[in-house]
Write a protein that binds this ligand. Structure first.
Ligand SMILES: *Cc1c(COP(=O)(O)O)cnc(C)c1O
Length: 398
């Protein structure tokens, strides 16, 4: 069963009646990824154990770990479970974390530290300003108790691509360790250990690798994994225990999402066939460029200047025209086959359009056309944002 929306060259359209998900995960997956779930697996069986081993090997291959210093540990649950597992396993009980926030996911990491009851300090840059290397350095100099820094690679709430390389340099120049939430970037934006130093990173199945939701994974230095023994606050989120069990038995400690793992392996095969991280990133970049250029022609403005725009998701200001109502725009876009994403800015109305998932620039041209038609149906003459929005954006350049 295929889509009522016209097919796109080289890419299977979603199944019948399914709109494209222009959202940062769950996202539109390939037909063969969905098809891979049509079989049951015994989690203890050798076939599934070798699937787990294959998954770990393929993910590790994406970080260019020539020295074999890292290992990959999948964890059941959504991405936030993995962030919590990482913080609880790698930050010692008497450690202290500098949390870098410029949106919802950074703040969630801080909230996680609160739940863990471990020490942390927060640099909160607001809705979208990037945390820079020099201010990270100053914060570390001012507080010798800080042992770890956590940075969000792509802060999905605004779509900003944070400068993790300079953050890493600032941390290691002062003998501190970096943990990275690369949830919405990994697989499309390089995070090679030879280029950016970090102890551990997390991502999940339903973002740039284009799998379905159900688990995430941690890639960490083996010596950090060893040191994590006995450190976790949680039985089910103990990365050391999951790692040790997997090394010994090849199995997940508790029931794995078997179908999700099978789908993810197919997604990983497609990722490799496409040309790996570079090709995946290039496709998303093209998606973004076509979509942003088209939307700007309609009068829409992006929250971020080009320098900070990620190829993952883009935030647009809502038009100032009083005929524009986001809920209506959302429904009109959905009628045309595209699910967009509400904004997460606290000050100014916005919405987001994701560039990731099983789609290419031909789809993005149609997204722009759908937006043009939707504006016309609402009687919106111009998609230009209010002056206040542009004034806020000017702060980024300052
Ligand atoms: C998606 C995402 C997460 C995890 O969110 P879940 O809803 O738990 O999957 C964490 N951090 C970032 C940056 C994300 O994009």
């Amino acid at each position: 069963m295929r889509s009522e929306f016209s097919p796109v060259e080289g890419f299977d359209p979603p199944a019948l009646g399914e709109p494209y998900l222009l959202t940062p995960g769950p996202l539109t997956t390939a037909y063969t990824v969905k098809q891979a779930m049509l079989r049951d697996w015994g989690s203890w069986d050798g076939d599934f154990r070798s699937m787990t081993a294959d998954l770990r090997r393929r993910l590790l291959a994406l970080i260019g770990d020539a020295k074999g210093e890292y290992d990959c540990v999948p964890i059941q649950g959504s991405g936030s479970f993995c962030v919590e597992a990482m913080l609880g396993s790698f930050v010692p009980k008497d450690g202290k974390v500098l949390v870098l926030a410029n949106g919802a996911y950074g703040l969630r990491a801080a909230q996680t530290m609160q739940y863990l009851g471990r020490a942390f300090t927060l640099i909160d840059k607001g809705d979208y300003l990037p945390p820079r290397g020099d201010e990270v350095g100053a914060a570390l100099d001012a507080d010798p108790a800080i042992t770890h820094v956590i940075a969000i690679h792509c802060e999905t709430s605004s779509g900003i691509l944070n400068p993790v390389a300079e953050i890493s340099e600032a941390a290691y120049a002062r003998g501190r360790k970096l943990l990275v939430d690369s949830m919405s970037a990994f697989g499309a934006i390089p995070l090679e250990v030879g280029k950016i130093r970090y102890e551990a990173m997390v991502s999940s199945a339903n973002k740039c690798i284009e799998g379905v939701p159900g688990f995430g994974f941690v890639i960490a230095k083996k010596n950090e994994l060893e040191k994590a023994k006995g450190n976790s606050h949680s039985l089910s989120l103990d990365i050391h225990a999951q790692w040790a069990a997997m090394e010994k038995t090849g199995q997940w400690r508790f029931t794995p999402p078997t179908h999700v793992v099978a789908a993810f392996l197919e997604a990983l095969r497609m990722h490799e066939a496409e040309g790996g991280v570079a090709a995946r990133g290039a496709r998303y970049m093209k998606n973004r460029n076509v979509m942003v250029e088209g939307m700007r022609k309609l009068g829409f403005e992006t929250l971020l200047s080009d320098r900070w725009l990620s190829p993952i998701i883009v935030t647009f200001f809502c038009p100032s025209d009083s005929n524009f109502v986001f809920e209506r725009f959302y429904e009109l876009m959905k009628d045309k086959g595209f699910i967009i994403y509400p904004g997460k800015l606290t000050v100014i109305d916005s919405f987001r359009v994701g560039c990731i998932g099983r789609m290419d620039e031909h789809v993005m041209h149609r997204v722009v056309e759908a937006a043009r038609q939707s504006l016309a149906e609402m009687g919106v003459a111009s998609a230009a944002p209010p002056q206040a929005a542009l004034a806020q954006r000017a702060k980024l350049a300052a």
